[in-house]
Design a binder for this molecule. Structure first.
Ligand code: ADP
Ligand code: MG
Length: 423
């Protein structure tokens, strides 16, 4: 049903929580809830992936930046193995989890994320990690494809690392251990399948850089990332992020389904993962023909399209990095568009809200626009001239109102810092 009531209303921009505000709010929520002071405050950012979607679990490439929007956690360790958690997004009620005897998928609801991190560290040989009380305050939109879940697990992992002096948080190599714990919490405790992009972004991104992440499992920490300069200002650009607020209602099983199709395809092609295929195609003198040859070995039409997305998307990450470094904004925009179209037609993970938002952004002057994150809802990004983001966001909001979609929410993305101690 059409609902024009919000048409013409200024589009909402999501504010950030700055250091002082975040620390004060998390400390206050902790004190009000648990009646004592926290031992410290840590934070971790949400992320937005510039390009390279559904490539992480195919040992591929992706290119996230950390958002200025962060989740703050105030924590105090406990002597026992009880975890007590409160979040400003809830009704003030405390979730309680007992770490002793905890099993895979043993916690229901959002508490699975932070409790799962402590469980994962203990399961990985860090039995010194015990219970804790924690209060979360966040400005990362939840369920918007901007990784509020990784902001939560990574801030928790860094806090526990510090409090129990595990010694991993101080350098990039150590952080890879914390990333594994954060991934294990999502995969095995929250039951939310994740390929590692989100946690790597939240733990390893640096200000003014995009993180070129190579997800081949055989790579060590040093060789799995490189920091790529990402200075939008220098190119007179702005990156609009717009959360469509379309819920992940179709998400059930779809992500796992895409993953398993990719695994089956790799098996049929006799390779460890689809990255191997992507590299073979990239090395060929006739890439289009090489891709056709690969697809010709697959009998299932849907599988062929899934593989085509993964292989071409990995190629687009490389091309985007080159184009952006050369200041070729038109090409960078074209690659955004090609990525979205591939996700819509070959990978089939978009929903009408994502397609409409991308379409309106392109018609409103964006160099390129694409869905970002896993899909089935969530956010889009658009590369626009500096100062034009609000105008493009407004056009999308107006179109959403006409179509009776939820009002979207926007934010201006600048490449920010990874997880850190705040106080
Ligand atoms: P995304 O990571 O894209 O925001 P997910 O579905 O992966 O979406 O994760 C969202 C889930 O993470 C929420 O449903 C909730 O369980 C948990 N979560 C994230 N941030 C918070 C928070 N600040 N407070 C409580 N729960 C949170
Ligand atoms: Mg998530």
């Amino acid at each position: 049903m059409a609902n024009t009531s919000t048409q013409g209303q200024p589009v909402q921009y999501l504010p950030t929580l700055e250091h002082d505000e975040g620390v004060a709010a998390a400390t206050k929520l902790f004190a009000v809830t648990f009646g004592t002071e926290p031992s410290g405050v840590w934070s971790a950012p949400g992320r937005v992936n510039l390009i390279g979607e559904h490539t992480d679990y195919n040992a591929g490439l992706c290119l996230p930046i950390a958002l200025p929007h962060r989740t703050f956690i105030a924590v105090r360790p406990r002597e026992d193995t009880t975890v007590r958690l409160v979040s400003d997004l809830g009704d003030g009620s405390v979730a309680q989890v007992e770490l002793g005897g905890l099993k895979v998928l043993g916690v229901k609801g959002w508490a699975a994320y932070p409790a799962g991190v402590a469980w994962a560290l203990r399961e990985s040989g860090h039995g010194e990690v015990r219970g804790f009380d924690a209060a979360f305050v966040s400005c990362v939109p939840v369920g918007g494809g901007l990784s509020s879940s990784a902001a939560m697990t990574c801030s928790t992992a860094l806090a526990l690392d510090d409090l129990y002096q595990l010694g991993f948080g101080g350098d990039d190599e150590g952080r890879v251990t914390l990333i594994k714990a954060a991934m294990m919490a999502e995969n095995d405790m929250a039951g939310a399948s994740t390929g590692g992009l989100d946690q790597n972004a939240s733990m390893r991104c640096t200000p003014n850089h995009a993180l070129l992440l190579d997800c081949r499992p055989e790579l060590d920490a040093l060789h799995s990332v490189s920091q790529q300069s990402f200075d939008l200002d220098a190119l007179g650009l702005e990156l609009l992020v717009l959360d469509t607020q379309a819920k992940h209602q179709l998400n059930d099983g779809q992500y796992a389904n895409r993953r398993s199709t990719c695994e089956q395809a790799a098996k049929t092609l006799g390779v460890a993962n689809l990255r191997v295929v992507a590299d073979e195609v990239a090395a060929s003198s006739d890439q289009a023909q090489a891709l056709m040859d690969v697809l010709g070995q697959l009998s299932d039409e849907t599988m062929r399209r899934r593989v085509r997305h993964v292989v071409t998307e990995i190629g687009r990450v490389r091309s985007f990095v080159t184009a952006f470094a050369a200041g070729d904004v038109a090409e960078a925009g074209r690659l955004f568009n090609a990525s979205h179209d591939s996700l819509a037609h070959d990978y089939e993970v978009t929903v009408p809200e994502l397609d409409v938002a991308v379409d309106v952004a392109r018609r409103s002057g964006a160099y390129g626009a694409r869905m970002t994150g896993g899909g089935f809802g969530g956010s889009i990004i658009a590369l626009v001239d500096k100062g034009q983001g609000r105008h493009v966001a407004q056009h999308i909001a107006d179109e959403f109102a006409l179509r009776g979609f939820h009002a979207p929410r926007a934010l201006a993305a600048v490449a920010s810092d990874s997880a850190r101690r705040e106080a």
